[in-house]
Ligand binder design. Structure first.
Ligand SMILES: [Zn+2]
Length: 236
């Protein structure tokens, strides 16, 4: 019998808050906090829409990725940013305890519990990307990131892309763009914890040009993304 699907939405870069305890570390980085380096504009609004539409739990962080990046593994050179990487080791490990592990551990525990109950978990991590990076214009509106070695992920993204193209032919939807889904990230970490048949981890990447043009924080794009998700999933 097919496993029941359990949806789970996360947002690792949902805001650019800096906790008052660590605010002194951000002197000189105020402008950077407002850019795509500080947070993923629109990603939280889209995560909320996805969670509501799928009746799925949402785990989101609104603390800036410049404090500690929830989408990097421990040991990754960019786990801490230019604002925090030179802080004393004690401060860095406290940041990890207070702002990194709670989110990561909660999500991992939720997935483990759903799998124990016999479900297959479909985790969608909501992110957004800057329209141009280092002078190169990104040639996509939506990116679906997955590990090509995990057949369930590849199949879901292929179907999701097909549905999105049909529903919103003016949007350019690409797979494993602008990043490779199997490079370091929260979903990559979770793939090592859970088997392919029980865990599907997808990063949804929205071009921030839609966030700023649409005004309502990614909402303009949400309808199409959501509308395409249900048929894509039921087709599996
Ligand atoms: Zn992100």
């Amino acid at each position: 019998m097919a496993k029941k699907d359990h949806f789970l939405i996360t947002c690792e870069h949902g805001g650019n808050r800096t906790p008052s305890r660590y605010r002194h570390l951000f002197a000189g980085f105020e402008a950077l906090l407002q850019t795509h380096c500080g947070y993923d504009a629109g990603a939280l609004a889209l995560a909320r829409e996805l969670a509501k539409a799928l009746d799925a739990p949402l785990f989101a962080s609104t603390t800036s990725r410049l404090l500690v990046d929830l989408n990097r593994s421990i040991g990754h050179p960019r786990l801490y940013s230019e604002a925090t990487r030179d802080a004393p080791a004690g401060v860095r490990s406290e940041i990890l305890e207070r702002h990194y592990l709670p989110h990561r551990n909660k999500v991992e525990a939720e997935i483990a519990a759903a799998i124990v109950r016999g479900s297959r978990v479909i985790h969608v991590a909501s992110h957004s990307f800057t329209p141009a990076l280092d002078g190169a214009v990104r040639n996509a509106d939506i990116g679906l990131l997955y590990d090509p070695a995990r057949p369930g992920e590849a199949e879901l993204c292929r179907r999701w892309q097909t549905q999105l193209r049909a529903l919103a032919p003016n949007l350019k939807v690409r797979r494993n763009y602008p990043y490779a889904g199997k490079s370091d990230g929260f979903t990559s970490y979770l793939r090592r914890r859970f088997p392919a048949e029980a865990y599907i981890g997808i990063e949804l990447e929205i071009n921030q040009k839609h966030v700023f043009n649409g005004g309502r924080g990614g909402g303009g794009l949400g309808g199409g993304v959501l509308g395409a998700f249900s048929p894509a999933r039921s087709a599996l």
